[in-house]
Design a binder for this molecule. Structure first.
Ligand SMILES: [Zn+2]
Length: 194
């Protein structure tokens, strides 16, 4: 059996790794199962396209079930490749392809750094131009999902750099304070760019 799968070293023994607030036991079998969900079709940008479930029907982040817990596939990929992951930081895509799990396209940064990266690529697609808008639509989706999976409001508020009260509004699906600006079509246009 090869010690490498798609360029990622396979663990010989079950490894205990931390992902977010939970410890995950991660095995060679999990690694194979993970890569069964990655497209083998070469991608023009070298992306590893996730073919299984995602956080949203169109686009979104890849999802992978491990130890009966659903995790974000790109975060797990970063963790597998680097052996560590700061649970307080985001895993960002240099390729802007959210379903990509190629660790060479992933980097860790704060929500602010990610927003600045997006802005530098003219991808301010979340209505962040509005001075009162603290979170992007993508971030809001991610927060709601992760909160529904058990992550605490405190931890999420810290990670995304917002007050817990603001985050509480977000997870309860209350209207964000954006003055009712139309914003949905911008996401659709982003998807067209990919
Ligand atoms: Zn990529």
């Amino acid at each position: 059996m090869s010690d490498e799968i798609h360029g990622v070293a396979a663990p010989n023994e079950p490894n205990k790794i931390r992902l977010g607030e939970s410890e995950i036991v991660f095995t060679r079998g999990d690694l194979r199962r993970f890569f069964c969900k990655v497209s083998t079709v070469p991608h023009p940008m070298g992306c590893w396209q996730w073919t299984a479930g995602t956080t949203k029907k169109c686009s979104g982040y890849g999802l992978f079930k491990i130890n009966n817990k659903m995790v974000l596939a790109h975060r797990l990929s970063f963790l597998m490749a680097n052996g560590k992951l700061d649970p307080n930081l985001r895993v960002c895509h240099s390729c802007d392809n959210t379903v990509c799990v190629n660790p060479a396209h992933l980097w860790q940064g704060t929500a602010k750094q990610n927003s600045q990266d997006m802005a530098s690529k003219n991808r301010c697609f979340f209505g962040e131009e509005h001075p009162q808008s603290k979170l992007s639509d993508v971030q809001i989706s991610e927060i709601r999902k992760r909160h529904s999976e058990g992550e605490t409001q405190t931890a999420l508020a810290k990670e995304f750099g917002v007050a817990q009260g603001h985050l509480s509004y977000v997870v309860r699906n209350l209207k964000r304070n954006d003055g009712g600006k139309k914003k949905a079509p911008r996401l659709e246009r982003l998807e067209d760019l990919r």
